[in-house]
Ligand binder design. Structure first.
Ligand code: SAH
Ligand code: SF4
Length: 362
């Protein structure tokens, strides 16, 4: 038995329950236990018959992931390393931001693959190579883990909950389209987790066929494109998939996504010193996006092991941002989160693997 219950669609849960000869109204109860009451064991589901619970235990696991490291940064970001059934690891993060007149807003950053096939040279995950796609359950369980943590923190009161999900952890989400699609469907379904698709954002390097497909599904999820360069020559190096899907095709595909879904696309741009942070490059970026209803998210770089890529100094970041603003490009500077806990994509996992290798050599 390797499947988890979160690997199943609502239809598949119905089929499983029917195959056990249990009446269909139990499906709703079961899904509420898994996705809303966030049960940690089948034993907890006391309003389900014991025989049904025993049968479920034999059919599907309740959890696809085991947390192996859990670190909290000074700014409140929590980063967790999860072990999968085959011993591989992925990381996820919970970020919080104060909100006016109320509790904090919480965002879960989710991984979709073990490693990543795109290989961006400034990214810790990109340096780890690609191992495999995550299953829908492995994607969903990252969210449920943090939802449970927040519920425990609220101590039974109505309170802390997951407000946003960003598919911005390890991996290229659109390269694992079917599992991602299924996970979004369950996280969105009122019968399961019930979070609005408008509160979810997929970050992608720009796989054109999948962007097209996603637009047609009219899912209402946000799309963020990792741009990082205003021209093909540089983007070919920083985001190698650009050789296959160059800017002159990517930008129109983003316009089309907006036309189809009504969701404005945002562009991520990580600032690397003397690589992509000059004023001329800011002007070229403004030119590329001119007239488009979009938003640019400038990201201060996290330091990785590759010394060719250094974070831009603050003064250059601010000058770059001002240059975009002068050209009427909507842009914000992303706060760098969890600096003291290897918060960059794939950094905690790199550290964990290095520690493990050191231990095994002793
Ligand atoms: N793989 C997807 C989503 C996850 S990465 C993607 O690349 O879009 C989320 C964002 O962090 C991406 O824009 C990515 O380029 C960026 N990133 C990767 N390495 C980084 C680093 N060392 N410092 C800052 N941002 C980084
Ligand atoms: Fe993969 Fe994103 Fe890292 Fe590029 S930045 S290697 S796409 S995880």
């Amino acid at each position: 038995m390797s499947k988890a219950i979160t690997d199943l669609t609502v239809k598949e849960v119905n089929e499983m329950v029917a195959s056990l000869g249990v009446p269909s109204y139990r499906v709703k109860q079961l899904l509420v236990w898994v996705y809303q009451k966030l049960a940690v064991s089948y034993d907890e589901m006391t309003d389900l018959p014991v025989s049904f619970r025993r049968e479920l235990e034999k059919q599907v696991k309740l959890h696809a992931l085991s947390p192996v490291r859990d670190v909290r940064a000074k700014d409140g970001t929590i980063k967790v390393l999860f072990e999968l059934v085959d011993g591989k690891t992925v990381e996820s993060a919970l970020m919080s931001a104060p909100a006016a007149n109320r509790r904090h807003r919480y965002t879960v950053c989710v991984s979709t693959q073990v490693g990543c096939p795109i290989g961006c040279p400034f990214c810790a995950t990109g340096q780890q190579g690609f191992e495999r796609n995550l299953t829908p359950g492995e994607i969903i369980d990252q969210v449920l883990y943090f939802a449970r943590k927040l519920k425990d923190m609220s101590d039974g009161r109505e309170g802390e909950r997951v407000d946003n999900i960003v598919f911005m952890g390890m991996g290229e989400p659109l390269a694992n389209y079917d599992a991602l699609r299924q996970a979004i469907e369950m996280l969105n379904s009122p019968d399961a987790f019930g979070l609005s698709a408008r509160s979810m954002t997929i970050s992608s390097t720009g796989l054109l066929p999948q962007i097209e497909k996603l637009g047609k599904e009219k899912l209402q999820v946000g799309l963020a494109i990792s741009l990082h360069a205003p021209d093909n020559a540089l983007r070919d190096k920083l985001v190698p998939i650009n050789k296959k899907y160059p800017l002159e095709k990517l930008v129109p595909a983003c316009r089309n996504y907006f036309a189809r879904t009504g969701r404005r696309v945002s562009f991520e741009y990580v600032l690397l010193e003397d690589v992509n942070d000059s004023l001329l490059q800011a002007q070229a970026l403004a030119g590329l996006l001119r007239g488009m209803n979009c938003h640019v998210n400038l990201i201060p770089a996290n330091i990785t092991t590759d010394e060719t890529f250094r974070p831009s100094p603050r003064s250059k970041i601010l000058a770059f941002q001002q240059e975009l603003k002068n050209r009427n490009i909507n842009c914000t500077l992303r706060q760098s989160r969890g600096q003291d806990i290897d918060a960059g994509c794939g950094q905690l996992r790199s550290r964990f693997t290095a520690d493990k290798n050191r231990q095994s050599k002793r």
